[in-house]
Design a binder for this molecule. Structure first.
Ligand SMILES: Cc1cc2nc3c(=O)[nH]c(=O)nc-3n(C[C@H](O)[C@H](O)[C@H](O)COP(=O)(O)O)c2cc1C
Length: 331
């Protein structure tokens, strides 16, 4: 979980209880990622994975007219945000989240389990990882994405349903993410012959068991780990997740330009209807206003990513979350 929630402590706590934790490479520098990998290894010897954002290849092949239209929509969003008094960041469509440097870190640190979201890495990267024996997990949100991922050489799929907290891993960021419920999506993937990890809105024994019954080999959870003491989620985020008056989640492009599910708040209500489908530019535009909100603990202007199961999240140690989930699927 990028953005601070996944920490070496969280990954270690999950691993020690028999789960498989993932570090989040997204948004951070290659140096910070390397330091987190070293920190997990210093804390123990349990296996863990690293998750990366795949930069969108489609940007490079946009027509001049499409690129100009996109720029115009981003500038208009920047203009209306600034007119409303928000500090606004500088958009940079070329920002690839330090993709090459992070791949180098994975190689230098000999990471043998890597997952990707937002797309399929280029064939040369897939070959490079495979030649080193890396286990490659690709996130998919539809049958078509699953087929493409297997064809590209995925060793396992992370199948993300529409109830998931945070960004949808949809490969085409301009497309509206699919709404087929997780169990339905899994049922359509029964003929896929690589292991399937099911994720998205899993927060009760029934949901975990129904994912396994629908063909998943494992379940993955995000939101339930957010309020744990080991999570690095902002205190306002943790508090909002477990607050009794929380008004549920919505899918929005308001904060990043990519569809993501989070707790409904004032920023989403005001800006969700006008935010353009332009990641990473919108994410860059809203970075300063999110930083201001983080400083003052203003949950109405923070991206409070959460899945639909957030009401089941409790501020208990991560080991207890893993223990609970293991109990659900073992009984
Ligand atoms: C705060 C937050 C950050 C996330 N960051 C990432 C990420 O960096 N990479 C990724 O593949 N998925 C990310 N996700 C999505 C999760 O991997 C997973 O699909 C989702 O949390 C599952 O749904 P759940 O939250 O309902 O359990 C994030 C989710 C949350 C809540």
């Amino acid at each position: 979980m990028a953005g601070g929630a996944s920490t070496p402590d969280l990954v270690t706590a999950v691993g020690e209880e028999g789960g498989l934790g993932f570090l989040a490479a997204g948004y951070q520098s290659a140096e910070a990622l390397a330091a987190q990998i070293d920190a997990v290894r210093a804390l123990g010897d349990r296996p863990f994975g690293v998750n990366l954002f795949v930069p969108w290849a489609g940007l490079a092949v946009l027509s001049d007219a499409a690129r100009a239209g996109r720029q115009e929509r981003v500038h208009e969003y920047a203009r209306v945000l600034a007119a409303a008094g928000h500090p606004v960041g500088i958009p940079d469509a070329q920002d690839d989240d330090r993709w090459a440097a992070k791949l180098d870190v994975l190689e230098q640190r000999e990471c043998d389990l890597v997952s990707f979201t937002f797309g399929i890495p280029p064939a040369a990267v897939m070959r490079r990882l495979a030649s080193r024996g890396t286990t490659i997990v690709l996130t998919v949100t539809s049958v078509a994405e699953a087929r493409a991922a297997v064809e590209a050489g995925a060793d396992a799929l992370c199948v993300q349903g529409p109830d998931a907290g945070g960004h949808r891993g949809t490969h085409d960021p301009l497309a509206e993410p699919g709404t087929l419920p997780l169990a339905g999506l899994l049922a359509q993937l029964k003929s896929i012959d690589v292991p399937v990890i099911a994720t998205g809105g899993i927060a009760t024994p029934k949901q975990a068991r129904s994912a396994l019954a629908a063909g998943a080999d494992a379940v993955q959870l995000g939101t339930l780990f957010l309020p744990t003491p080991e999570s690095g989620a902002h205190p306002a985020h943790k508090a909002a997740l477990t607050a009794s008056g929380t008004c549920g989640t919505v899918v929005t492009r308001a904060f990043s330009g990519r569809s993501a599910r989070g707790l409904d708040n004032a920023f989403i209500r005001e800006w969700g209807p006008v935010a353009p489908a332009a990641y990473p530019e919108v994410n860059q535009l809203t970075q300063p206003l999110r930083a201001v909100a983080a400083k003052s603990g203003d949950g109405e202007h923070l991206a409070l990513w959460a899945g639909t199961g957030h009401r089941e999240a409790v501020a208990r140690p991560a080991a207890e979350v893993v223990e609970r989930v293991v109990g659900w699927v073992a009984s």
